[in-house]
Design a protein around this ligand. Structure first.
Ligand SMILES: C[S@@+](CC[C@H](N)C(=O)[O-])C[C@H]1O[C@@H](n2cnc3c(N)ncnc32)[C@H](O)[C@@H]1O
Length: 219
């Protein structure tokens, strides 16, 4: 189901290590077109979302951008990395509106978190297996209000090994320095999984090589 650039599904998830998070945060600004993808997501936000859930928030960069673009947003920013949670808490520390919570994406989304107008994620869901991605998409749908939207800015699989290698070159990496925790799935598969989960208006709204903005709405 996944493209040829998918990595070993049994690989350890390196993101629990603080130095892995620090390495990413140090390099993030150099990832080509990353800001463009996030800007596309922010541009497509509904006019007045109230509750927002950010899955794999890291240091809260996406939730921060959403709050900057839409006043009055509250919600939950979750991650499983202590390093990232500390940084997200530092970002939202003075805000009573954003709860920063530990959550392992392999576990079901807690029903007690309630409902959201918007669920977002940036470059996080590709760290779980394809089976878990599919289940998670169904859980996201269940946590959305009717008409609520899901935007997943994601690292997706290239359709060929050659294109994957070209992508790595373009971000200054090699197969040896690439993230072994990646479990990449193609845009096509993921749009199918979103439709199968029950999302409508499913589309890929933006893409540059292996970076893509996948979206759907709850009917
Ligand atoms: C590439 S970083 C992206 C962080 C942030 N969303 C951003 O756009 O900069 C991936 C994030 O996913 C988190 N993550 C990876 N696997 C996870 C898992 N199984 N459960 C929860 N969070 C996970 C990492 O801790 C990290 O914060």
């Amino acid at each position: 189901m996944t493209g040829p650039s998918a990595t070993d599904p049994s690989a350890t998830n390196r993101w629990v290590a603080p130095e892995w998070a620090q390495r990413y945060l140090g390099e993030r600004a150099t990832i080509p077109h990353r800001d463009e993808g996030m800007a596309a997501l922010v541009e497509l936000l509904p006019p007045a979302p109230e509750r927002v859930l950010d899955l794999g928030t890291g240091d809260g960069i996406l939730m921060g951008a959403i709050r900057a673009a839409r006043a009055g947003v509250s919600g939950i920013a979750c991650d499983f990395s202590d390093e990232m949670l500390d940084r997200a808490r530092a970002r939202f520390g003075t805000s009573a509106e954003i709860e920063v919570l530990r959550h392992e994406l392999d576990d079901p989304l807690p029903v007690e978190w309630g409902e959201f107008d918007l669920v977002v994620s940036s470059f996080a869901i590709h760290h779980v297996s394809d089976e878990r991605k599919r289940a998670l998409y169904g859980e996201v749908l269940n946590r959305l209000v009717p008409g609520g939207r899901f935007y997943n800015l994601e690292h997706v699989a290239s359709p060929t090994e050659e294109l994957h290698d070209e992508f790595l070159v373009s971000i200054g990496k090699t197969r040896a320095t690439d993230d072994p925790s990646n479990r990449l799935a193609s845009v096509e598969d993921q749009l199918t999984w979103l439709r199968e989960a029950g999302f409508v208006q499913v589309d890929c709204h933006w893409k540059w090589l292996e970076l893509a903005l996948l979206a759907g709405r709850k009917p």
